[in-house]
Design a protein around this ligand. Sequence first.
Ligand SMILES: Nc1nc2c(ncn2[C@@H]2O[C@H](COP(=O)(O)OP(=O)(O)OP(=O)(O)O)[C@@H](O)[C@H]2O)c(=O)[nH]1
Ligand SMILES: [Mg+2]
Length: 199
Amino acid sequence: MAKKTYDLLFKLLLIGDSGVGKTCVLFRFSDDAFTTTFISTIGIDFKIKTVELRGKKIKLQIWDTAGQERFHTITTSYYRGAMGIMLVYDITAEKSFENIVKWLRNIDEHANEDVEKMILGNKCDMEERRTVSKGRGEQIAREHGIRFMETSAKANINIERAFNELAEAILDKTSGMGGDSHDRVTVDRRSDRGQGKCC
Ligand SMILES: Nc1nc2c(ncn2[C@@H]2O[C@H](COP(=O)(O)OP(=O)(O)OP(=O)(O)O)[C@@H](O)[C@H]2O)c(=O)[nH]1
Ligand SMILES: [Mg+2]
């Protein structure tokens, strides 16, 4: 039998308005690359990256959802299996920040109650076009008891840190339960048939 190359499998999800940079954030994390061409995600996609945290090899299966409203039904069907969700807005697009409450409502409606969340204010390299202050991002995160970070996929700011922190929060939770979270995630066979490009 093939030897398993990881200790735990965590399933993460990226959500947020179209154009905020979800795919770029993921691409920076998985491939350490960035492109300025905007190719809006159709439906859903995923990438895999294995990280090592506290001596454990953790395979991150990261689902990248389309922000466009027309994909709402398909994307929300992926919330249930997620152990961690990143809510992304664009610090230069006020509306994408206002919509964070809408994305939080989607999580309440469709995700597991104990899902770990993190808000990302992306595109922080574009200081001259900023319309959402860091303080406002911190405040909404505080109000909802969620972690927060400003990121830039372009300048590679806080990308790795964000994924590692979210994974660590899940690790804390799962090791607290004394169990192996692996079983819970692999039950979702749909994941194995995903149309992800990179694994
Ligand atoms: N300056 C800057 N531009 C970025 C950054 N991240 C993404 N972009 C640009 O923003 C545009 C949209 O990025 P995507 O990652 O495709 O956006 P998305 O959130 O995946 O959009 P949907 O797939 O439609 O939901 C692209 O033109 C990117 O080059 C960033 O950190 N800084
Ligand atoms: Mg995308």
